[in-house]
Design a protein around this ligand. Structure first.
Ligand SMILES: [Zn+2]
Ligand SMILES: [Zn+2]
Length: 362
C-alpha cells in the first residue's frame, strides 16, 4: 500500500505547485492614507502575472493593446449589475491622482478602492481633449472631434445602444455635465441612429452653447436625477480640475481634484443607501484626459497632445461583478469602457472598437 501513498503525496505536491504558480494575480493590501501608522501607503498596483511574467507597474513600456479582443468569454454569474454610473473627473493628471502614492488628493477614492478595482495602466490613446475623450468613453471610438460642441460623435453611444436594446424610455439613460458642450454625447451622426434612442441630457447652464455651470450645481442635479428617475445608465462630468488647470491655478487645481473626490464619495454613498440601486450598481470613475507632463509645453496648464501626462488617466471600478481591493497593471484604454459597460448591461456596441476589461471581473 506504499505505492498509493506515494501517488497521493505526488498529487498533493502537484496541486500545491499549481496553486502557487498558476495564480493569475497577486492581491495587494490596501492601506488608509490618512492613518497615522508608519506603514508606507501601498502603491495602487498589483502585479498581474501573465504567462509567468511579472510586469512592473512603473514600466515605461508603451501599452500593448490586443487587436482581436474576445468579448464572448462568459464570466461566472455575470452580471449582477443592473445600473452603471460613470463619473468623469475632467482633466486631472495621473501624477496628482493615483500616481501620487500618498493619495493626498483622492482620499475618498482611495478608501473606495478597498471595495473596488483599479487600473494603473489606463490611457486615452486618442485625442486628449474633452469632447474626444468623452466620445471615446461613450462610443468606443477615437475621433478627433472639434472641441466646442459643434460636431456630434459619428457613432452611437452606450446610451443609444442601451435604450435601443432595452426599449426603455429616455429617462433611464442620462448625461449630466458641468460643460454644456458635452450635450453632444446624447446623439450621433450615423444613419439609423441620429436623433433616435437619445438619452436625457442636463449639460451646462441650459444645454449646448449655454456655457459651463458650477460643479456644485452638477452634483445637486446628479443626485436629483438619480433619486427621481433611477437611470440604469448615467455619465456625470465634473469640470473644475480642468478649468483651474487652464487658469494656471495650481492650488485651485489641487483643491478641485479634492472637491471632485468628495462628490464621488457622496454620490457613491447616495447610491448605496438607495433601495433601488444598492448592490446592483456599478461605478466607473475615470478621466477624459490628463495634462502635459512638467517638461512638456506649459505643463499642467494645458493638454491635448500625445505626452504620457495627457494620455495616462485613472480607472476605478466598483460594483457587484468586479473584484475588490485589487489593482492591475495590464494595459487598457479609454475605448474599453464602452465594451465593458455593454457587457455589464447585456447589449452590443455595434460600432465600438474597445474590448471588455476582463481582468476586473470576479
Ligand atoms: Zn476635459
Ligand atoms: Zn501633453
Amino acid at each position: 500500500m506504499r505505492c498509493p501513498n506515494r501517488l497521493l503525496r505526488a498529487a498533493i505536491v502537484i496541486l500545491v505547485f499549481c496553486a502557487v504558480s498558476c495564480a493569475k494575480e497577486t492581491k495587494i493590501p490596501v492601506s488608509d492614507p490618512n492613518s497615522n501608522d508608519s506603514t508606507v501607503a501601498t502603491a495602487p498596483t498589483t502585479t498581474k502575472v501573465a504567462g509567468g511574467t511579472t510586469t512592473s507597474t512603473h514600466s515605461s513600456q508603451s501599452p500593448v493593446v490586443q487587436s482581436n479582443p474576445d468579448n464572448s468569454t462568459p464570466y461566472n454569474g455575470c452580471c449582477a449589475t443592473q445600473n452603471v454610473i460613470i463619473i468623469v473627473m475632467d482633466g486631472p493628471r495621473y501624477s496628482e491622482t493615483w500616481g501620487d502614492y500618498t493619495f493626498a488628493n483622492i482620499p475618498n477614492e482611495f478608501a473606495l478602492y478597498g471595495h473596488g478595482v483599479m487600473l494603473a495602466n489606463f490611457r486615452n490613446l486618442g485625442t486628449t481633449n474633452t469632447d474626444s475623450g468623452h466620445d471615446a468613453i461613450c462610443t468606443g471610438n477615437y475621433e478627433n472631434l472639434e472641441n466646442t460642441g459643434q460636431v456630434l460623435p459619428m457613432y452611437p453611444s452606450i446610451f443609444q445602444e442601451f435604450l435601443k436594446a432595452t426599449g426603455k424610455p429616455a429617462e433611464k439613460a442620462w448625461v449630466v455635465a458641468s460643460k454644456d458642450k458635452l450635450q453632444i454625447l446624447a446623439n450621433c451622426q450615423t444613419a439609423g441612429w441620429a436623433n433616435q434612442y437619445m438619452p436625457r441630457a442636463d449639460c451646462g447652464i441650459n444645454g449646448l452653447f449655454s456655457g459651463y455651470r458650477s460643479d456644485d450645481t452638477t452634483f445637486v442635479h446628479s443626485e436629483r436625477v438619480l433619486a427621481t428617475y433611477h437611470p440604469n445608465l448615467m455619465l456625470i462630468n465634473f469640470k473644475d480640475p480642468d478649468v483651474h488647470g487652464h487658469s494656471s491655478d495650481w492650488p485651485g487645481y489641487i483643491a478641485a481634484i479634492k472637491k471632485t473626490d468628495e462628490y464621488i464619495k457622496q454620490i457613491y454613498d447616495f447610491v448605496e443607501n438607495d433601495n433601488v440601486y444598492r448592490g446592483k450598481t456599478t461605478f466607473i470613475i475615470t478621466n477624459d484626459h490628463g495634462r502635459h507632463l512638467p517638461n512638456v509645453a506649459d505643463g499642467f496648464i494645458s493638454h491635448g497632445d500625445g505626452c504620457d501626462g495627457c494620455r495616462h488617466i485613472g480607472f476605478l471600478g466598483l460594483g457587484p461583478d468586479f473584484q475588490q481591493g485589487i489593482g492591475f497593471d495590464t494595459p487598457y484604454e479609454q475605448v474599453d469602457i464602452s465594451a465593458t459597460v455593454a457587457k455589464l448591461l447585456h447589449f452590443n456596441m455595434d460600432y465600438g472598437q474597445g474590448k471588455v476589461i476582463t481582468d476586473i471581473f470576479r
